[in-house]
Design a protein around this ligand. Structure first.
Ligand SMILES: Nc1nc2c(c(=O)[nH]1)N=C([C@H](O)[C@H](O)COP(=O)(O)OP(=O)(O)OP(=O)(O)O)CN2
Ligand SMILES: [Zn+2]
Length: 126
């Protein structure tokens, strides 16, 4: 069987702190976060303007945009997400759950890069 996995990248500026951390991440600080939403599927659109696509990248963006505006970009993540300890792991899972609730077709994984050298991928085992 064929399988395609595509992704759409997004970026946001946001502050957070990890209240339980034993190092510098306990302090309030900010990052230029980079995320990726992965979508997976076995069939491509057969005709029309989306021919040859799993799902239009622009459509994936439409699912991410409200999250960026309302919760992520230029927000304080401890407050807006309701996560008491917003690690990369927690934020990736939080974004995945939101996209799943919004019924993004083929949702497969969410990746979050917190710094140039650190990041996390969250996906659900089936
Ligand atoms: N597993 C996790 N570890 C850490 C997280 C996390 O979310 N999950 N978060 C932090 C801090 O928030 C920090 O902002 C990022 O840490 P780190 O990569 O150590 O940042 P540095 O700038 O020090 O990275 P270097 O490239 O090594 O200088 C900590 N850990
Ligand atoms: Zn951090």
């Amino acid at each position: 069987m064929d399988e395609w996995i595509i992704y759409k990248e997004f970026r946001f500026e946001a502050a957070h702190h990890l209240p339980h951390h034993d190092g510098k991440c306990r302090r309030l600080h900010g990052h230029s976060w980079v995320g990726r939403v992965y979508v997976r599927g076995n069939t491509l659109v057969k005709s029309g303007p989306k021919q040859g696509m799993l799902i239009d990248y622009g459509e994936i963006k439409q699912y991410i945009q409200p999250l960026l505006e309302d919760y992520l970009d230029h927000h304080y993540l401890n407050e807006t997400t309701g996560l008491e300890n917003p690690t990369s792991e927690a934020i990736a899972q939080w974004i995945y759950n939101r996209l799943e609730a919004a019924k993004l077709p083929g949702l497969y994984a969410v990746e979050i890069q917190e710094t140039c050298t650190s990041g996390c991928r969250y996906q659900k085992l089936t």
